[in-house]
Design a binder for this molecule. Sequence first.
Ligand SMILES: [Zn+2]
Length: 350
Amino acid sequence: MTKLRRKKLLGVRMLQTRLSRFQIFVVLLALLSTSCSLGARAPQMTATLIVAGSHIDISVDEGKNNVPQADLIAWIQAAAESVAGYYGRFPVPHLTLHIMPFSGHGVRRGMTFGMRGGFIKIGLGSETTKAELMNDWMLTHEMIHLAFPSVADEHHWIEEGISTYVEPIARIRASHMKEEQMWADLIRDMPKGQPQAGDQGLDHTHTWGRTYWGGALFCFDADVEIRRQTQNKKGLQDALRGILDAGGNITQDWELTKALKIGDQATGTTVLTNLYNQVKDKPVSVDLQEKWKQLGIEWDGSAVHLRDDAPEAAIRRAITEAGSPASPAADVSIQSAGNAIAVMAGRKSS
Ligand SMILES: [Zn+2]
Protein backbone atom coordinates (compact mmCIF):
# COMPACT_ATOMS: atom_id res chain seq x y z
CA MET A 1 0.00 0.00 0.00
CA THR A 2 1.71 3.13 -1.14
CA LYS A 3 0.88 6.55 -2.30
CA LEU A 4 2.57 8.43 -5.03
CA ARG A 5 1.63 12.06 -5.24
CA ARG A 6 -2.11 12.12 -5.84
CA LYS A 7 -2.29 8.39 -6.00
CA LYS A 8 -4.29 6.23 -3.75
CA LEU A 9 -3.99 2.52 -3.58
CA LEU A 10 -5.90 -0.17 -1.86
CA GLY A 11 -6.80 -3.47 -0.82
CA VAL A 12 -9.96 -5.93 0.31
CA ARG A 13 -13.96 -6.55 0.25
CA MET A 14 -17.53 -6.74 -1.84
CA LEU A 15 -20.43 -5.58 -4.16
CA GLN A 16 -23.67 -6.50 -5.94
CA THR A 17 -26.09 -5.08 -8.39
CA ARG A 18 -29.34 -3.28 -8.04
CA LEU A 19 -30.17 0.20 -8.96
CA SER A 20 -30.78 3.28 -6.95
CA ARG A 21 -32.38 6.63 -7.28
CA PHE A 22 -29.93 8.10 -9.70
CA GLN A 23 -30.42 8.81 -13.28
CA ILE A 24 -27.76 6.62 -14.74
CA PHE A 25 -27.42 6.35 -18.45
CA VAL A 26 -25.12 3.69 -19.64
CA VAL A 27 -23.69 4.34 -23.02
CA LEU A 28 -21.64 1.65 -24.69
CA LEU A 29 -19.23 2.91 -27.26
CA ALA A 30 -17.33 1.22 -30.00
CA LEU A 31 -16.08 -2.24 -29.36
CA LEU A 32 -12.64 -3.04 -30.59
CA SER A 33 -11.85 0.59 -31.01
CA THR A 34 -8.28 1.36 -31.86
CA SER A 35 -8.47 5.11 -31.47
CA CYS A 36 -7.71 5.19 -27.78
CA SER A 37 -4.43 6.81 -26.84
CA LEU A 38 -4.28 5.83 -23.17
CA GLY A 39 -1.35 3.49 -23.35
CA ALA A 40 1.18 1.88 -25.60
CA ARG A 41 -1.17 -1.01 -26.33
CA ALA A 42 -4.39 -0.55 -28.21
CA PRO A 43 -7.42 -1.17 -26.01
CA GLN A 44 -9.50 -4.24 -26.52
CA MET A 45 -12.62 -2.30 -25.70
CA THR A 46 -13.68 1.23 -24.96
CA ALA A 47 -16.98 2.38 -23.55
CA THR A 48 -18.46 5.44 -21.93
CA LEU A 49 -20.79 5.29 -18.98
CA ILE A 50 -22.78 8.36 -18.00
CA VAL A 51 -23.57 8.29 -14.31
CA ALA A 52 -25.51 11.11 -12.70
CA GLY A 53 -24.31 13.38 -15.50
CA SER A 54 -20.63 12.44 -15.19
CA HIS A 55 -18.79 10.66 -17.97
CA ILE A 56 -16.74 7.58 -17.20
CA ASP A 57 -14.54 6.70 -20.13
CA ILE A 58 -13.54 3.06 -19.86
CA SER A 59 -10.77 1.30 -21.70
CA VAL A 60 -9.79 -2.33 -21.31
CA ASP A 61 -6.27 -3.29 -22.35
CA GLU A 62 -5.81 -6.00 -24.87
CA GLY A 63 -5.10 -9.39 -23.38
CA LYS A 64 -6.88 -12.54 -22.32
CA ASN A 65 -10.21 -11.51 -20.87
CA ASN A 66 -13.18 -13.84 -20.51
CA VAL A 67 -15.30 -11.44 -18.50
CA PRO A 68 -18.49 -10.71 -20.47
CA GLN A 69 -18.82 -7.08 -21.35
CA ALA A 70 -22.22 -6.81 -19.69
CA ASP A 71 -20.76 -8.05 -16.40
CA LEU A 72 -17.88 -5.63 -16.63
CA ILE A 73 -20.21 -2.69 -17.24
CA ALA A 74 -22.54 -3.79 -14.43
CA TRP A 75 -19.55 -3.89 -12.05
CA ILE A 76 -18.46 -0.35 -12.92
CA GLN A 77 -22.02 0.93 -12.85
CA ALA A 78 -22.68 -0.53 -9.40
CA ALA A 79 -19.56 1.09 -7.97
CA ALA A 80 -20.27 4.46 -9.59
CA GLU A 81 -23.89 4.34 -8.46
CA SER A 82 -22.88 3.60 -4.87
CA VAL A 83 -20.48 6.53 -4.78
CA ALA A 84 -22.91 8.91 -6.49
CA GLY A 85 -25.58 7.88 -3.98
CA TYR A 86 -23.42 8.67 -0.98
CA TYR A 87 -22.17 12.01 -2.28
CA GLY A 88 -25.34 13.10 -4.09
CA ARG A 89 -23.42 13.12 -7.35
CA PHE A 90 -20.46 11.46 -8.98
CA PRO A 91 -17.34 13.20 -7.58
CA VAL A 92 -15.81 14.43 -10.85
CA PRO A 93 -17.40 15.37 -14.18
CA HIS A 94 -15.08 13.12 -16.16
CA LEU A 95 -13.29 9.97 -15.02
CA THR A 96 -10.85 7.99 -17.12
CA LEU A 97 -10.98 4.35 -16.06
CA HIS A 98 -8.25 2.06 -17.34
CA ILE A 99 -8.73 -1.68 -16.82
CA MET A 100 -5.76 -4.01 -17.07
CA PRO A 101 -6.57 -7.70 -17.49
CA PHE A 102 -4.39 -10.30 -15.78
CA SER A 103 -4.61 -14.09 -15.76
CA GLY A 104 -6.79 -15.42 -12.98
CA HIS A 105 -9.59 -14.21 -10.75
CA GLY A 106 -10.40 -11.04 -8.90
CA VAL A 107 -9.83 -7.29 -8.86
CA ARG A 108 -6.40 -5.96 -7.89
CA ARG A 109 -4.05 -3.03 -7.73
CA GLY A 110 -6.50 -0.17 -7.86
CA MET A 111 -4.84 3.24 -8.14
CA THR A 112 -6.44 6.66 -8.30
CA PHE A 113 -4.84 9.85 -9.59
CA GLY A 114 -5.90 13.48 -9.88
CA MET A 115 -4.58 13.84 -13.41
CA ARG A 116 -6.94 14.17 -16.43
CA GLY A 117 -9.72 15.29 -14.17
CA GLY A 118 -9.64 11.94 -12.36
CA PHE A 119 -7.94 8.74 -13.46
CA ILE A 120 -8.28 5.19 -12.07
CA LYS A 121 -6.24 2.17 -13.08
CA ILE A 122 -7.36 -1.23 -11.87
CA GLY A 123 -6.49 -4.85 -12.60
CA LEU A 124 -9.22 -7.34 -13.57
CA GLY A 125 -8.67 -11.12 -13.60
CA SER A 126 -9.44 -12.74 -16.96
CA GLU A 127 -11.54 -15.46 -15.29
CA THR A 128 -13.38 -13.26 -12.78
CA THR A 129 -16.98 -14.40 -12.37
CA LYS A 130 -20.04 -12.22 -12.16
CA ALA A 131 -20.43 -13.18 -8.49
CA GLU A 132 -16.86 -12.08 -7.80
CA LEU A 133 -17.47 -8.77 -9.54
CA MET A 134 -20.64 -8.28 -7.54
CA ASN A 135 -18.61 -8.79 -4.37
CA ASP A 136 -15.79 -6.46 -5.34
CA TRP A 137 -15.21 -3.48 -3.08
CA MET A 138 -12.06 -2.09 -4.60
CA LEU A 139 -13.50 -0.06 -7.45
CA THR A 140 -15.89 1.69 -5.06
CA HIS A 141 -12.94 2.42 -2.76
CA GLU A 142 -11.00 3.97 -5.63
CA MET A 143 -13.94 6.08 -6.82
CA ILE A 144 -14.36 7.48 -3.30
CA HIS A 145 -10.80 8.81 -3.55
CA LEU A 146 -12.09 11.11 -6.29
CA ALA A 147 -14.31 12.88 -3.74
CA PHE A 148 -11.65 14.38 -1.47
CA PRO A 149 -8.94 16.91 -2.27
CA SER A 150 -5.30 15.88 -2.46
CA VAL A 151 -3.60 16.66 0.83
CA ALA A 152 0.04 16.53 1.93
CA ASP A 153 1.60 13.08 2.20
CA GLU A 154 1.65 13.14 6.00
CA HIS A 155 -2.17 13.19 5.91
CA HIS A 156 -2.50 10.21 3.60
CA TRP A 157 -4.38 8.45 6.42
CA ILE A 158 -7.41 10.70 5.91
CA GLU A 159 -7.59 9.82 2.21
CA GLU A 160 -7.38 6.08 2.85
CA GLY A 161 -9.51 6.33 5.97
CA ILE A 162 -12.40 7.95 4.13
CA SER A 163 -12.31 5.38 1.35
CA THR A 164 -12.04 2.51 3.83
CA TYR A 165 -14.90 3.74 6.02
CA VAL A 166 -17.28 5.10 3.38
CA GLU A 167 -16.97 2.23 0.85
CA PRO A 168 -19.17 -0.32 2.68
CA ILE A 169 -21.65 2.39 3.75
CA ALA A 170 -22.03 3.61 0.18
CA ARG A 171 -22.59 0.04 -1.01
CA ILE A 172 -25.10 -0.74 1.74
CA ARG A 173 -27.07 2.38 0.88
CA ALA A 174 -27.16 1.31 -2.75
CA SER A 175 -28.28 -2.18 -1.69
CA HIS A 176 -25.04 -3.82 -2.79
CA MET A 177 -24.07 -5.03 0.68
CA LYS A 178 -25.72 -6.01 3.97
CA GLU A 179 -25.23 -3.86 7.06
CA GLU A 180 -24.52 -6.92 9.21
CA GLN A 181 -21.58 -7.70 6.96
CA MET A 182 -20.13 -4.23 7.40
CA TRP A 183 -20.39 -4.30 11.19
CA ALA A 184 -18.87 -7.76 11.33
CA ASP A 185 -15.99 -6.53 9.17
CA LEU A 186 -15.52 -3.42 11.30
CA ILE A 187 -15.45 -5.43 14.53
CA ARG A 188 -12.71 -7.54 12.96
CA ASP A 189 -10.75 -4.75 11.27
CA MET A 190 -11.11 -1.53 13.29
CA PRO A 191 -8.66 -2.74 15.99
CA LYS A 192 -5.97 -2.70 13.30
CA GLY A 193 -6.24 1.09 13.36
CA GLN A 194 -5.47 1.50 17.06
CA PRO A 195 -2.07 3.00 17.96
CA GLN A 196 0.69 0.57 18.79
CA ALA A 197 3.82 1.10 20.88
CA GLY A 198 5.88 4.02 19.60
CA ASP A 199 2.95 5.64 17.78
CA GLN A 200 3.32 9.39 17.28
CA GLY A 201 -0.14 10.22 16.02
CA LEU A 202 -1.75 9.83 12.61
CA ASP A 203 0.33 12.51 10.88
CA HIS A 204 3.60 10.84 11.92
CA THR A 205 2.91 7.10 11.97
CA HIS A 206 2.72 5.82 8.43
CA THR A 207 2.10 2.13 8.98
CA TRP A 208 -0.47 0.20 6.96
CA GLY A 209 -2.75 -0.26 9.98
CA ARG A 210 -2.71 3.39 10.99
CA THR A 211 -3.07 4.65 7.43
CA TYR A 212 -6.06 2.55 6.39
CA TRP A 213 -7.74 1.54 9.63
CA GLY A 214 -6.47 4.40 11.78
CA GLY A 215 -7.97 6.70 9.17
CA ALA A 216 -11.19 4.68 9.14
CA LEU A 217 -11.33 4.81 12.93
CA PHE A 218 -11.04 8.60 12.75
CA CYS A 219 -13.98 8.70 10.33
CA PHE A 220 -16.09 6.33 12.42
CA ASP A 221 -15.39 8.26 15.60
CA ALA A 222 -16.21 11.54 13.83
CA ASP A 223 -19.41 10.15 12.29
CA VAL A 224 -20.76 9.00 15.66
CA GLU A 225 -19.76 12.23 17.41
CA ILE A 226 -21.34 14.46 14.74
CA ARG A 227 -24.54 12.46 15.09
CA ARG A 228 -24.44 12.75 18.87
CA GLN A 229 -23.99 16.51 18.74
CA THR A 230 -26.67 17.09 16.11
CA GLN A 231 -29.31 14.77 17.56
CA ASN A 232 -28.58 12.44 14.65
CA LYS A 233 -29.55 15.05 12.05
CA LYS A 234 -26.09 15.28 10.49
CA GLY A 235 -23.26 12.84 9.99
CA LEU A 236 -19.90 12.45 8.31
CA GLN A 237 -21.71 12.16 5.00
CA ASP A 238 -22.86 15.79 5.32
CA ALA A 239 -19.30 16.90 6.06
CA LEU A 240 -17.88 15.00 3.08
CA ARG A 241 -20.61 16.29 0.77
CA GLY A 242 -19.85 19.81 2.00
CA ILE A 243 -16.17 19.39 1.12
CA LEU A 244 -17.00 18.05 -2.33
CA ASP A 245 -19.60 20.77 -2.91
CA ALA A 246 -16.93 23.36 -2.10
CA GLY A 247 -14.85 22.00 -4.97
CA GLY A 248 -12.67 19.67 -2.91
CA ASN A 249 -12.20 16.77 -5.29
CA ILE A 250 -9.02 14.86 -6.10
CA THR A 251 -7.92 17.33 -8.76
CA GLN A 252 -7.44 20.01 -6.08
CA ASP A 253 -4.55 20.44 -3.64
CA TRP A 254 -5.85 21.58 -0.28
CA GLU A 255 -4.58 22.00 3.23
CA LEU A 256 -6.18 19.32 5.38
CA THR A 257 -7.27 21.91 7.94
CA LYS A 258 -9.22 23.73 5.23
CA ALA A 259 -11.08 20.56 4.25
CA LEU A 260 -11.91 19.75 7.87
CA LYS A 261 -13.14 23.27 8.52
CA ILE A 262 -15.45 23.17 5.51
CA GLY A 263 -16.66 19.75 6.60
CA ASP A 264 -17.40 21.11 10.06
CA GLN A 265 -19.31 24.07 8.62
CA ALA A 266 -21.55 21.61 6.78
CA THR A 267 -22.54 19.91 10.02
CA GLY A 268 -22.59 23.02 12.22
CA THR A 269 -20.04 21.42 14.57
CA THR A 270 -16.28 21.45 15.13
CA VAL A 271 -15.99 17.68 15.41
CA LEU A 272 -13.53 17.10 12.58
CA THR A 273 -11.16 19.90 13.57
CA ASN A 274 -11.25 18.98 17.25
CA LEU A 275 -10.71 15.30 16.61
CA TYR A 276 -7.85 16.02 14.23
CA ASN A 277 -6.15 18.21 16.83
CA GLN A 278 -6.42 15.36 19.32
CA VAL A 279 -5.02 12.60 17.13
CA LYS A 280 -2.59 14.25 14.69
CA ASP A 281 0.54 13.98 16.83
CA LYS A 282 -0.44 11.75 19.73
CA PRO A 283 -1.49 8.11 20.03
CA VAL A 284 -5.18 8.11 20.95
CA SER A 285 -7.04 4.82 21.27
CA VAL A 286 -10.77 4.53 20.68
CA ASP A 287 -12.77 2.44 23.16
CA LEU A 288 -14.30 0.19 20.52
CA GLN A 289 -15.96 -2.18 22.97
CA GLU A 290 -17.89 0.71 24.44
CA LYS A 291 -18.79 1.99 20.97
CA TRP A 292 -20.16 -1.40 19.85
CA LYS A 293 -22.16 -1.62 23.06
CA GLN A 294 -23.65 1.86 22.74
CA LEU A 295 -24.52 1.33 19.09
CA GLY A 296 -26.01 -2.11 19.74
CA ILE A 297 -23.56 -4.24 17.78
CA GLU A 298 -22.88 -7.65 19.31
CA TRP A 299 -20.55 -10.34 18.04
CA ASP A 300 -21.17 -13.87 19.29
CA GLY A 301 -18.06 -15.39 17.75
CA SER A 302 -19.69 -16.35 14.49
CA ALA A 303 -22.27 -13.71 13.63
CA VAL A 304 -23.14 -10.13 14.38
CA HIS A 305 -26.40 -9.16 16.08
CA LEU A 306 -27.82 -5.65 15.84
CA ARG A 307 -29.83 -4.56 18.87
CA ASP A 308 -32.42 -1.85 18.54
CA ASP A 309 -32.70 -1.39 22.31
CA ALA A 310 -29.13 -0.06 22.60
CA PRO A 311 -28.72 3.61 23.66
CA GLU A 312 -27.36 4.71 20.27
CA ALA A 313 -29.10 2.22 17.99
CA ALA A 314 -30.65 5.13 16.08
CA ILE A 315 -27.17 6.45 15.30
CA ARG A 316 -26.09 3.02 14.07
CA ARG A 317 -29.13 2.80 11.80
CA ALA A 318 -28.62 6.33 10.47
CA ILE A 319 -25.04 5.54 9.47
CA THR A 320 -26.16 2.95 6.95
CA GLU A 321 -29.68 4.07 6.06
CA ALA A 322 -30.20 5.62 2.67
CA GLY A 323 -31.49 9.18 2.86
CA SER A 324 -34.31 8.48 0.42
CA PRO A 325 -35.80 5.34 -1.08
CA ALA A 326 -34.13 3.71 -4.02
CA SER A 327 -35.77 4.27 -7.35
CA PRO A 328 -36.59 1.44 -9.72
CA ALA A 329 -34.15 -0.23 -12.02
CA ALA A 330 -35.76 1.53 -14.96
CA ASP A 331 -33.57 4.54 -14.19
CA VAL A 332 -30.82 2.84 -16.05
CA SER A 333 -30.81 2.57 -19.78
CA ILE A 334 -28.26 0.83 -21.89
CA GLN A 335 -27.87 2.19 -25.34
CA SER A 336 -26.44 0.48 -28.32
CA ALA A 337 -23.13 1.48 -29.82
CA GLY A 338 -24.88 3.18 -32.72
CA ASN A 339 -26.91 5.44 -30.45
CA ALA A 340 -23.95 6.05 -28.23
CA ILE A 341 -21.88 7.47 -31.02
CA ALA A 342 -24.60 10.01 -31.69
CA VAL A 343 -24.86 10.87 -27.99
CA MET A 344 -21.14 11.24 -27.71
CA ALA A 345 -20.67 13.23 -30.91
CA GLY A 346 -18.12 16.00 -30.57
CA ARG A 347 -15.81 14.33 -28.13
CA LYS A 348 -13.30 11.60 -28.59
CA SER A 349 -13.08 8.60 -26.38
CA SER A 350 -9.77 8.74 -24.60
ZN1 LIG B 1 -7.08 3.79 -1.33
